[in-house]
Design a protein around this ligand. Structure first.
Ligand code: B12
Ligand code: SF4
Length: 495
């Protein structure tokens, strides 16, 4: 079959679309001809233009659309992507009568609703690299697709989901992403960090989190050799920075340590630096040291709170003492890290907010603050929000809705903003007057000038270039074209 795969994520700074490259590679490996239409790197043209060019080259048998974000998950500027997706799919339909198949986290969060909302024909919920080739084979043979794992089908006004999503149980079957199908150099120029996944799944069940639903609650690790091979491939292609996109890189510790040792053994920290998510639970001094040596320049702890009541409300699997010890180990190792905090969860009160803030201020480290929690379908917080009347029984969660504890709703932003103004190295995402590190296209200008490094350094550099004032540092700085050494670390050497 001749298959078009469309990357519908146009958020800048871009991220290398790992999921899309996996399914596109899998379709190609099973004998299909694959063309990729990457709307992300072509973001500066109208959405329809790249589709027009790609679709005129010949008949298509299937159009696969990769959806990543439903929205920004930020209450200050939620920016739903649904209307853009409807436009993209309408443009595909105008140019081809091939069936339209959706996939990606943006589909898996609400599969039936999404297929219906954007007028697609089919969707694959969950991991797509094994199911998509099977689905394409059935379409080619004119056979029914029902019964394939995770497949959602729309027939007229009816949308049906056939069964549970696929979970690839055997890590040896993880395929390599087809990096050659995108313009990787364009991504690197725009600050698009590379993406490497060392495992799938998260065994915790925090109240608001989609990750165990998206990836499964059972951890499946890829082999160390496979993971480090992926890092080598990125470095060889010229990438200076990548993300370990695992839900939690630091669990299980043994796997993370082995990866770090192997990165060092192959000399990779000389050429490439990386970022990752962590949990304070089980974070050890040895792991911190190994990670720093292996090139980690940005470790984000998904800490959320440091008060027992708030941690319980969010169903976090650790206690404030774990937050303190993780901080001590990370500092001891000289790791550059931040704790991300999420305020306004179930049971949050002014007292619990203050308890967390005081605890974290005493730890004297980088903090990223968020207030209001995006309510996702099938998460514990959805049930709480419906019970408390924060959303109605019929509220559709494709569009963003946020949970904020009623005890703090009217005062939360004020408390956090004033904390942010008085405590150095603290960001209040989207609300402190600074660009949002992951969704503000203005930051691309910093990357275009050659910057590589962690998000806090990118924002500092943006402010340096533009002379903008930051909330916690009111000194404006002169405009300059030079890129500072900060954040560049040793990765300047060519691989
Ligand atoms: C790592 C990560 C980041 C990193 C990315 C770094 C990088 N280099 O990639 C950073 C921190 C930068 C980031 C930023 C953001 N992120 Co993020 N991120 C993730 C995370 C943890 C992993 C993503 C990933 O790469 N997974 C690995 C790949 C292999 O999985 P996958 O893409 O799902 O692909 C599989 C399937 O979905 C399927 N599939 C994928 N595409 C297709 C296509 C078809 C046709 C088919 C059939 C199947 C299919 O098969 C693939 C292989 O099995 C996910 C949560 C999660 N656990 O998934 C959130 C997640 C994707 N992020 C999310 C969000 C909201 C954001 C931000 C908007 C946050 C913000 N406010 O800044 C930004 C957007 C950035 C951007 N440019 O798009 C949301 C998206 C959902 C939503 N609310 O819309 C998620 C799901 C987390 C959540 N809240 O639930 N993110
Ligand atoms: S918040 Fe982190 S630790 Fe908790 S379930 Fe999600 S990925 Fe796992």
């Amino acid at each position: 079959m001749r298959v078009a795969v469309v990357n519908a994520n146009t958020v800048w700074p871009p991220v290398v679309p790992l999921g899309m490259l996996l399914i596109a590679g899998a379709a190609r490996r099973s004998g299909h001809t694959v063309i990729v239409v990457d709307l992300c790197v072509m973001r500066e043209t109208a959405l329809e233009e790249p589709l027009e060019v790609a679709f005129q080259d010949g008949h298509l048998d299937a159009v696969c659309v990769a959806l990543r974000n439903l929205d920004s998950a930020n209450p200050e500027a939620p920016g739903s992507t649904i209307s853009d997706l409807q436009r993209i799919i309408a443009a595909c339909r105008d140019r081809s009568d091939a069936p339209i198949i959706l996939g990606g986290s943006g589909l898996s969060i609400a599969p039936k609703e999404m297929v219906a909302a954007v007028n697609a024909d089919l969707g694959i919920c969950g991991e797509g690299e094994e199911v998509l080739p099977l689905l394409l084979d059935r379409l080619a043979a004119g056979q029914p697709v029902s019964g394939l794992p995770g497949v959602v089908e729309r027939l007229g006004n009816d949308t049906t989901a056939s069964s549970q999503p696929q979970r690839i149980t055997e890590p040896a079957r993880f395929v390599r992403p087809a990096l050659d199908l995108i313009d990787l150099q364009a991504y690197l120029r725009l600050g698009g960090s590379g993406s490497v996944q060392s495992k799938r799944g998260c065994r915790f069940s925090c109240a608001y989190c989609t990750y165990p639903g998206l990836e499964g609650d059972h951890i499946r690790c890829a082999s160390v050799d496979w993971v480090v091979g992926e890092v080598e491939r990125l470095a060889a292609a010229g990438a200076k920075h990548f993300w370990f996109v695992d839900s939690v890189f630091t669990v299980p510790e043994g796997h993370a340590v082995s990866i770090c040792k192997e990165l060092c053994r192959r000399g990779l920290p000389e050429h490439i630096m990386w970022s990752a998510y962590a949990t304070p639970l089980g974070f050890t001094a040895e792991l911190a040291e190994r990670m720093r040596r292996a090139g980690c320049v940005e470790l984000i702890f998904g800490t959320d709170a440091a008060c027992t009541q708030s941690l319980r409300g969010l169903r976090k699997p650790f206690r404030p003492s774990h937050v303190a010890s993780a901080t001590q180990y990370a500092k001891g190792a000289g790791l550059d890290f931040a704790h991300h905090l999420l305020f306004g969860g179930p049971g949050e009160t002014v007292e619990t907010v203050k308890e967390t803030l005081e605890f974290m201020a005493a730890l004297d480290c980088r903090l990223g603050l968020d207030a209001g929690i995006r309510i996702y379908p099938k998460t514990p917080i959805e049930r709480t929000a419906r019970k408390e009347g924060i959303i109605g029984p019929e509220t559709d969660l494709l569009e963003p809705h946020f949970y904020v504890s009623r005890y703090v709703e009217s005062v939360l932003d004020g408390i956090l903003l004033s904390f942010c103004r008085s405590v150095p190295r603290t960001r209040f995402f989207g609300r402190d007057g600074r660009p949002h590190p992951y969704t503000d296209p203005r930051l691309v200008e910093v990357y275009r000038r050659g910057f590589v490094g962690p998000y806090w350094a990118v924002i500092d550099e943006y402010e340096r270039i533009t002379g903008a004032c930051s909330t916690s540092d009111p000194l404006s700085r002169p405009i300059s074209d030079s890129v500072p050494e900060t954040g560049r670390v040793a990765a300047a050497a060519a691989y």
